[in-house]
Design a binder for this molecule. Sequence first.
Ligand code: ADP
Length: 271
Amino acid sequence: MTAMSTRSEASPTRASGGLPSGDFIIDATALTKTYRMGTNEVHALRSVDLKVRAGEMIAVMGASGSGKSTLMNMLGCLDTPDSGSYLLDGVRVEGLSTNELADIRNQKLGFVFQGFNLLARTTAIDNVELPMLYDRTHRWSNPRATAIEALKKVGLGDRLDHVPSELSGGQQQRVAIARALVTSPRLLLADEPTGNLDSRTSVEIMALFQELNDEGITILLVTHEGDISRYAKRFIEMRDGRIIRDEDVDDRHIASVDLLTVDDPELAGTP
Ligand code: ADP
């Protein structure tokens, strides 16, 4: 039997910002991904269901190998599941061509990575401008001004012409966040965004995420740091390719919903 996350559906009052209950940014059903290594099969995702409404801020946690990156790759349209369905902001993702997937990533998603992934010999402003220049819809009338605005928003209005090596780790991550935000994405996906930062800088970056979330941006982040997950409003835990826990952070001690079903022989013996 499959572990199922029905938490969002069961709590329609939270986080939708007034959207009708059917409006999900992420509406994923039975996502499955199996990697085959010779004769060995690795079940990276086992029928994962996930629904996320506009305005949510979610932390995904779990041990190494539990499937977090695989799930992020599917939600970020960077990889396709073997089976299951995925609606991203109402658009059905399965069956899209490589170019269509690139377009949907550009138009609906922003990515933030642990290693910042900035172009090394490129200024902050040029790094932030890039997603607009790659946008095949050419919807940006003044990419330069839009990039400056995004950098000001993350507190780097005075670092426009600095290259990454002239910036601290926290500043580089701010540039990366500005780059992720500059196209006004529907969903910001962050993979261990504080993994390369000291604890003080991590707090600053999480405060920035919270600020952006307060302004209405939907954020899903993967982290292995329990302290970081507390900045989110909703907490999801993965194990062995399944979501085993899905709860509001504020209510974690009160309304913990353990979704792990123990009638699965593979999981029944897992501590
Ligand atoms: P996490 O991000 O939680 O560490 P992953 O999603 O990276 O977990 O991995 C889930 C499982 O899938 C692991 O057992 C991992 O070894 C396996 N896996 C991930 N990517 C691949 C791949 N490209 N080829 C083979 N196995 C993979």
